[in-house]
Design a protein around this ligand. Structure first.
Ligand SMILES: Cc1cc2nc3c(=O)[nH]c(=O)nc-3n(C[C@H](O)[C@H](O)[C@H](O)COP(=O)(O)O)c2cc1C
Length: 155
């Protein structure tokens, strides 16, 4: 099966660490059964040049917001905008097949809101969430979700 493509951004390193954990878990699973896909990932930052995606990908986005309360007043995405702009550019959004959010539950109603916003904006399902750097259980759970969705998308 084709490699699972992930596009992500990470301001403080938590998302990067989780993608690394997830990729290592995918390698273990692939070694047990080669039907389990490996993961390839690309980090987007303010320095990333616009690029054209030509195959399906998942988006991993942490949450950085200012203003609003997540319920009845507006909020503004900060720090992660380069990722949203990258997906928005050209036909990239067409290939987005799922969004995974991360954040911190201390932010209550604003927990993982950027991922929910991306899911609507790019017309892709919100597939899962995890806190901060995630746990091994999160990696197992999220890998299973990605693998299932990847099978359907590539069927
Ligand atoms: C300034 C700031 C604002 C944040 N705002 C939110 C928020 O609104 N909702 C949320 O769930 N997490 C929020 N977080 C938590 C981050 O999403 C969380 O720490 C995430 O793991 C960071 O990922 P990264 O290290 O890959 O950048 C915020 C963190 C910071 C530093």
């Amino acid at each position: 099966m084709a490699l699972i493509n992930i596009i992500y951004t990470s301001i403080e390193g938590n998302t990067r660490a989780f993608i690394s954990r997830l990729s290592a878990y995918a390698e273990q699973q692939h070694a047990l059964n080669e039907d389990n896909p490996l993961i390839t990932s690309k980090e987007i930052s303010d320095q990333t040049l616009p690029g054209e995606e030509k195959s399906p990908f998942f988006v991993f986005v942490p949450t950085y917001l200012t203003g609003g309360n997540g319920i009845d007043s507006g909020f503004t995405e900060i720090m992660t905008n380069a990722l949203g702009e990258y997906i928005e550019s050209g036909d990239n959004a067409k290939y987005c097949v799922g969004v995974i959010g991360s954040g911190n539950r201390n932010f209550n109603e604003q927990y993982c809101l950027t991922a929910r916003k991306y899911a609507k904006q790019f017309n892709a399902p919100f597939l899962a969430d995890y806190e901060l750097r995630g746990t091994s259980r999160d990696a197992e759970h999220i890998y299973a979700i990605l693998r299932e969705r990847w099978r359907k998308v590539n069927a």
